[in-house]
Each structure stands twice: as C-alpha cells, then as structure tokens.
Design a binder for this molecule. Structure first.
Ligand SMILES: [Fe+2]
Length: 487
C-alpha cells in the first residue's frame, strides 16, 4: 500500500530532493495532497535539490512565501478540515430528534403522518379531479376520485384484486379488475395513491364497492434543471465495509487506499466519500456470527475503521450513515452512531442517521442503507436483488423508503415519518445488497454502493453473489459516473 509518506518520498526523489525526518513527518502530518503538492512545487521553483536535505525550517520559510492565492487556498482548506459540517446542511435526520417511546398510540400518529405527507404530494398530481373524502363517496353510487392508503390487498381466485382503502374519514372496499389499467400498477399495502373509479351499489348490499380504474402515484416529476453543486470536485461512493468480518477484503481496501492517495487525476478530484451504512460487521446480528468475525468487539471494529480512514486523504470529507450491522437500534429511522464511537474518528468524518437527507453545497443527497430492497424484490416482479436500482425506483415512485409496513424492515413509530421522500433529491444512494449499480430516474442519480466483504456463509447458502471492492465516482457537475474495480 502506498500511503502519503511514500508518495512524498517518491515525488521528491523524482525531483532529486530529499527531506530530513522531521520535514517528512511535517508534510505527512499535513495529510493534504494539495497542500503537499504546493510545497513540493515551491521546492522545485526555488531549485532546492541534493546534496542538501530539506529541513522542517526550510519548509516553514517556503510556506511563509506562499502567494496570497495559495495562502487563501490553505486557509480555506484549514477551515474546511476544522469544520467540514459548515458546508453540509441536514434537511432530514432522526438523530437527536426521536419521539418514539414504544407507546402503542404512537403507531396511529405515525400512520396519520405518513398518510398526510404522501397525500399532500399526491394531491398536487390530481390533474383537476377533485378528490373526495371516503365517507362521502361511500354513501352514493357513481364516479369518484379519492386519495387513500391501502390497508390490505389480495388477489381473488379469478385473478382480480380486492382491497380496503382508507383515509382519515373512513374506509371502502375496493375492486381492481385484472383487465383494468389500475391492475398493472402492482399496488402494495400501505401505499397512498389517488384512485379514480366508480362506486357500485352492489344490488342492495349495504356496503358499496369502489371499482378502481385508474391509479396515480405521488411519483417523481421530471427534473428540468438539475441542481449544480457549489464545488468543482467529485463524489465517491463506497458501502458496506463490514470491518471485523473474517471476509473483509483487506488487500482490496489497501489497493483502494493507495489509489485514493495517488496522483491519479480522478482520485485527486474526490472531495466527498459517501458510505451508506454497515461500517462494521457488528456482533450478534445473526446466530453464530462470532464464528465469522476477526474482531469480536464492536468498539475495536470501529477503532480499526477509524485507523483505516486516517490513511485516506484528510481533505476528503467522509459522510456516513449506519446500517443494520451498526451499533444503533435496528428499527428505522436509525440515529447516527453514538458520540463515544464518533470520537474515535478524525474530524473529516461526519455521522448522520439512516435515512438522511443532506444539502451538500447545493446538492440534495438522500442516503438510505437499503434494508427494504430485499422485501421489495419479494413483492414486486420488476424488482430483483441483483438490480437494486429497480427497488430504488419503486421507492421513489411511492415516495417512501419502506413502502410496506411490517415486513422484514422494522420501523420505529416516530411522530414524523422520516422514511417519506418529501423532497426530490439530486442523488439517491443505498447499499445493503452488496452490489454495484448506477442508473438515472427522472434526473435523479441513483447509486447502489459496493461492499468490502467477500461472499459470506449466509450468502453461499442462498447463492447470493456480491459485487465487491468497487468505487463509484460521480462528477455532480456533468453527472458522469466511473466505476473503479479493486478486486
Ligand atoms: Fe451489508
């Protein structure tokens, strides 16, 4: 692995210059590729070469000589390193805001908030059709349009769909013919949609049926003018590092570390590194996990990760959220990892909850670990674990990260539903599936980040093939993406 120290020595050797040990230590501690490059250029400009080794004092003199522009750049870099949060605004994150106490009444409040939030998005898409309260349409026959939440839905023996749909005023039995346009929508439980159809009298049956012909989802408007960030650099995405696992890919990680510290043009352009969860493998996540661990203490796992991140360039800001293997509650939304763990890391690492919506210098980024991808692949024919972006697209269409309550992904009933996608992001990133995939949906860059864990015993028994050790690099100014493979 080539770290900062080796790079400095190699670069200076090319220029016929050597450093005293304290000068080398000083440059290494700067841990900033740009600052070191400026100083090395100054050494060349001043023709400082062998046979005289360059001492720490000479470097100080050169730093004092830096032009105003160079000094300004340094000041900017220094302030950035001291407070990387200054350029990152949190738009939505449960960390420090949780209202959940476990009271049973919280579920009713949670569902009401979920309904109201998505209803207000759907309401903007009603295309002139006035949506009516369900208690009004349930009392008379004829055409009707409502905005409701699907409480239950099943397929009848003759292939039609039967459902119950409700709003805050009441509920009605629904029917979707297998011949209708609405049938193609693959409606799921808990979805909030605009439904247009006809209320049937059912020949004296006191309970009317709403025959739904057309369904409109909240959906995502096509972005006409995509936001441009207020910075020229690129964003790299890595995921599911799983430090502590005996299948952690150390050699591949070292290759990545060498690359990101190298003079490679793309590596040097990276300003942010985003990690959407499963920073560590954790302990007690599944029965018998201890047999698959190299590090059996979670603090030691985080400590190891902190050391690994210290080997990355300090001028890259690392943005993290937890996943289902991290040391926070399993129910979503998950808060950021605890402060005593955060203290192990250098100050260029930022910690948020799962999910988190951030404004990163003018760019809206939605980070979600991705636990619901598995269940969406079980429920929807168009979704598969091999293509996680197919699940991400369905989340965006439904404006919810866990569209169905009560499946594999546990949800904590917060007063505010942090899993609703209220705001349309510029970038949507997930992990969890240990695959690498990139796509674009209505102008949103969708990325599923790779992993640094080889195939586990669990994955072997289910023939799940991970796609590890890849780094996605996005240029948010051009939307161009490249994928670097370290396998
Ligand atoms: Fe994972």
């Amino acid at each position: 692995m080539i770290g900062m120290r080796d790079r400095i020595v190699t670069k200076l050797a090319e220029r016929n210059t050597v450093l005293t040990p304290d000068a080398l230590e000083y440059l290494n501690d700067l841990n900033s590729k740009d600052r070191v490059s400026v100083i090395i250029d100054k050494l060349e400009e001043n023709n400082i070469q062998l046979p005289f080794p360059v001492c720490r004092e000479t470097i100080s003199c050169l730093e004092e000589d830096l032009s105003d522009g160079e000094k300004k750049k340094e000041i900017e870099e220094n302030s950035w390193e001291q407070d990387p949060m200054s350029r990152c605004m949190v738009l939505k994150d449960v960390s420090g805001e949780s209202t959940c106490t476990g009271d049973v009444d919280e579920f009713a409040k949670y569902f009401r908030d979920r309904y109201e939030r998505i209803r207000s998005i759907v309401d903007k898409r009603r295309e002139g059709k006035k949506a009516r309260p369900i208690n009004r349409i349930a009392s008379r026959s004829g055409e009707a349009t409502i905005i409701g939440m699907v409480r239950d839905i099943y397929t009848s023996s003759n292939g039609n769909k039967m459902l119950t749909i409700e709003d805050t005023t009441g509920e009605i039995r629904g029917f979707i013919s297998s011949e209708s346009e609405a049938f193609e929508k693959n409606l799921l439980e808990d979805e909030v949609v605009l439904a247009k159809g006809e209320v049937w009298d059912d020949n004296g049956d006191y309970e009317r049926t709403f025959a739904i012909e057309k369904i409109t989802r909240p959906g995502i408007p096509k972005l006409k003018n995509k936001s441009k960030p207020n910075f020229p650099g690129k964003i790299a995405f890595i995921g599911d590092i799983h430090v502590g696992s005996d299948t952690f890919l150390k050699d591949e990680w070292d290759e990545f570390t060498s690359w990101i510290n190298s003079d490679d043009e793309e590596a040097r352009s990276i300003k942010y590194l985003i990690v959407p969860g499963d920073l560590i493998d954790g302990i007690g996540i599944f029965p018998g996990q201890e047999k698959e661990l190299d590090i059996i203490d979670v603090y030691e796992q985080y400590k190891k990760l902190a050391d690994m991140i210290k080997d990355l360039p300090k001028d890259i800001t690392v943005i993290t959220i937890p996943g289902n293997h991290d040391m926070v509650r399993n129910a979503e939304p998950q808060p950021c990892i605890p402060e005593e763990v955060q203290e192990l890391f250098p100050n260029n690492v930022l910690f948020f909850g799962n999910p988190a919506l951030l404004d990163l210098e003018g760019l809206k980024i939605l980070l979600y670990h991705g636990s619901s991808i598995n269940e969406l692949s079980d429920m929807l024919p168009q979704v598969s674990n091999e293509n996680p972006v197919s699940a991400m697209k369905e989340m965006l269409k439904r404006r919810h990260l866990v569209p169905v309550y009560g499946k594999k992904t546990p949800i904590a009933p917060e007063e505010e539903d942090y899993l609703v996608i209220d705001e349309v992001p510029d970038i949507f990133v997930t992990g969890h599936i240990h695959r690498t995939e990139v796509d674009n949906y209505h102008g949103i860059s969708m990325l599923n980040a790779s992993t640094w864990q080889a195939q586990t015993e669990y994955q072997k028994t289910r023939d799940i093939q991970p796609d590890p050790a890849k780094v996605i690099v996005l240029d948010p100014n051009s939307n161009k993406v490249s994928i670097h493979d370290f396998c």
